[in-house]
Design a protein around this ligand. Structure first.
Ligand SMILES: [Zn+2]
Length: 398
């Protein structure tokens, strides 16, 4: 290379560097301008749906002693009125760097305060699921609310070489579907599950969105666990290593099914309205996101709601109209705890007022045992929101 062409090359390189520098400077200014715009946008007010009074009250119900979570949703709009995971942490202590001791406490606490139990905890839905099985059977004309199953409940049900218990050891006798919801009879639902069949029961869970996240506007929501098809069992256990008894567990909300507290609440927004579920929203939206997941006629809806109110439609034991005040409709549940079989988790999912629901509440208390524990917490949340104590005849298990 001669000196002339070398000078030329050096000058071209200098020009290229200058040009590259000016491009980088321009890009830096562009980023700065975008950041300023973002900061300006961030200053615009953000309105949430949280009812601060209800939020504080819900947190106070858990206090320092209860572990689990609760969510309250307006079933028409999906507005999240309260969402609490217990134990919780103080987000203000994260500002400007979290003190190392506090961080260590949070990350080593076995109750997992950094883990949002409402959207990340996954629990077997237990009997709160029976409404899903019933809804699917009704929608597909597999059973009516008046149908009786062939085997009356005597405290359990023989299937193959296994005996499947009902929670009520004394048995419930012969029941209609409506009565089986009121009494939460496992033996009825085992037989309903067999009548629906495994393939259709799985298809039902998928159609009712039990494999989907709720889409709540919070980060890190977990997907529920639910089979996608019969093939799920072949892959998990091996083609010959499972049998049709899985359908019995699935029909009563046990087995290969675990749901978040938020996903159960979302399903009940559809029961509380007209079969359309509402996406839970923390931030106020102009248009609620509603999706139809099932279609029932008004008599079926009324029958389900009466059963969820603990009112027997047939037999005249109690008439819904006779109950004074606000009526809470819902279902308790006991979720088997694989880590500690003695201390199960306690569920309640329901809504009020039963005839014109304004609030859906889902509560799960870890190691809470009996479902009535969660029902009492839910009832207080409803009472605080509606300013009226709910009158309830909900039958709880056990
Ligand atoms: Zn029974």
């Amino acid at each position: 290379m001669d000196s002339k062409s070398s000078t030329k090359t050096a000058s071209a390189a200098a020009k290229a560097r200058a040009s590259s520098k000016s491009t980088r400077v321009a890009a830096w200014f562009a980023r700065l301008a975008r950041a300023r715009t973002c900061r300006r946008k961030a200053r615009s007010p953000l309105y949430t749906n949280i009812d601060l009074d209800l939020q504080r009250f819900t947190a106070s119900l858990f206090g320092d002693s209860l572990q689990g979570g609760a969510i309250a949703i307006d079933p028409e709009t999906g507005a999240v009125l309260a969402l609490h995971s217990a134990p919780t942490f103080d987000p203000n202590r994260f500002i400007g760097g979290i003190p190392p001791d506090y961080w260590k406490d949070l990350t080593t606490d076995v109750r997992r305060p950094l883990y949002n139990k409402v959207i990340q905890g996954r629990y077997p839905p237990g009997s709160t699921w029976k409404l899903a099985t019933a809804t699917w059977a009704l929608e597909n004309h597999i059973a009516t609310l008046d149908d009786v199953m062939p085997v009356p409940c005597t405290g359990g049900f023989q299937f193959g070489d296994r005996y499947f218990h009902c929670w009520e050891k004394k048995g419930h006798g012969s029941l209609t579907l409506a009565e089986a919801i009121v009494k939460s009879c496992d033996v009825y639902f085992y037989q309903l599950g067999l009548k629906i069949g495994l393939q259709r029961l799985i298809a039902g869970g998928v159609a009712l969105a039990f494999r989907d996240k709720t889409g709540i506007d919070l980060p890190n929501e977990s997907s529920p666990n639910f089979p996608y098809a019969i093939d799920y069992y072949n892959r998990r256990f091996g083609a010959r290593a499972w049998n049709n008894s899985v359908v019995l567990n699935l029909a009563i909300g046990q087995g290969e099914n675990s749901q978040t507290i938020a996903s159960m609440a979302r399903f009940y927004t559809a029961l509380a309205t007209d079969g359309e579920e509402a996406r839970p929203e923390i931030v106020r939206q102009t248009q609620p996101a509603r999706t139809r997941i099932f279609t029932l006629d008004s008599a079926q809806f009324m029958g389900l709601r009466r059963a969820m109110m603990g009112v027997l439609a047939a037999g005249g034991t109690a008439a819904a109209e006779a109950i004074q005040g606000v009526v809470l409709a819902g279902k308790t549940g006991t979720a088997q705890n694989t880590e500690d079989p003695v201390h199960n988790h306690s569920w309640f999912v329901g809504f009020a007022p039963a005839d014109h629901p304004k609030i859906v509440v889902a509560v799960l208390i870890e190691f809470g045992g009996h479902g009535s524990h969660a029902a009492r917490v839910a009832s207080k949340i409803v009472e605080h929101y509606l300013k009226v104590a709910p009158a309830s005849q909900i039958q709880t298990e056990g």
